[in-house]
Design a protein around this ligand. Structure first.
Ligand code: 9WO
Length: 264
């Protein structure tokens, strides 16, 4: 898969490309990352990328021209890395609080589409990170396919959301995680929150490890974890749990969790 980022601050992306699981995925060639700086696509002496908003008001707006040129260069980069002649799909994505909320499902679809497709070609995400008060609306109309939000808050720019999206997508790529099926066991894969985790030592601040985890009974451990995931989801994020969709085993596990909560 290929990810191009259009950003005024390309150095920020070393946080993703040089560290941890995502850094390893880049190293292994599971994903190619390239940054395109709108400032490099200006023609005036001051390399201007922003201007005052029509209609007045505070702050500055990113001009359409340099952004369009940077996206154009990103599209060319995606094509030049194609093995065959046929072009694979490119999704141009803008990160903003006005976008659709990013979910595990949306991330999984980006990772699946960006994985090698039937022709062995890989798709490209072009992530556009805005700055200042935003980008000229005509750039969005002309170049951007999708707008995504990572949450209802305003940041200083779209770079951190772009990195959040990259991290979430890259770790879903086959081979990105050391453990084969770790991504499949993730929180949210089954639509549930994660279960609690414990490691050595066996006692911390007077708190011990749930005995079932020390029992060596792998069936019982799997059931306990599933039960914890169900119970915690109901307690913390009840809107994620659709009782109708639970099977008989899940209902029994959830009933057991509820019983364990009751004082006497
Ligand atoms: C700045 C601003 C200043 C005064 C009044 C209103 C204002 N709105 C903004 C603003 O939205 N700035 C954005 C900064 C412009 C686009 C890039 N920026 C951004 C992206 N902030 N937060 C995001 C973002 C993206 C995805 N998910 C959550 C937040």
């Amino acid at each position: 898969m290929k990810i191009a980022i259009v950003t005024l601050f390309p150095e920020m992306f070393s946080a993703v490309t040089e560290y941890g699981i995502t850094g390893r995925a880049v190293e292994q060639g599971l994903v190619s990352v390239a940054c395109f700086n709108p400032r490099d696509f200006t023609s005036d002496r001051h390399q201007t990328v922003d201007d005052r908003p029509y209609g007045g008001g505070p702050g500055m707006v990113m001009m359409a021209g340099p952004l369009q040129a940077a996206v154009g260069a990103a599209r060319q980069w995606a094509e030049s890395h194609e093995l065959g002649q046929e072009l694979s799909r490119v999704r141009v994505i803008y990160l903003s609080p006005q976008g659709q909320m990013l979910t595990h499902q949306a991330v999984a679809e980006m990772a699946a589409g960006a994985d090698a497709d039937k022709d062995g070609q890989t798709e490209t995400l072009i992530l556009v990170a805005g700055r200042y008060e935003g980008v000229d609306e005509r750039f969005l109309e002309l170049e951007v396919d999708e707008e995504w939000s990572i949450g209802d808050y305003v940041l200083s720019g779209g770079e951190l959301p772009a990195m959040v999206l990259m991290d979430a997508v890259i770790r879903q790529l086959p081979g990105a995680l050391g453990h084969q099926d770790s991504a499949q066991q993730d929180s949210f894969v089954a639509g549930l929150l994660d279960c609690p985790h414990y490691t050595r030592p066996p006692e911390v601040g007077g708190l011990e490890v749930p005995p079932v985890l020390m029992s060596g009974d792998h069936g019982a451990i799997r059931r306990w974890r599933h039960q914890q995931a169900l119970g915690r989801t109901e307690q913390r994020r009840p809107e994620l749990l659709n009782e109708q969709e639970l099977d008989d085993e899940q209902r029994t596990l959830l009933a057991g969790y509820r019983k364990g909560l009751k004082p006497e």
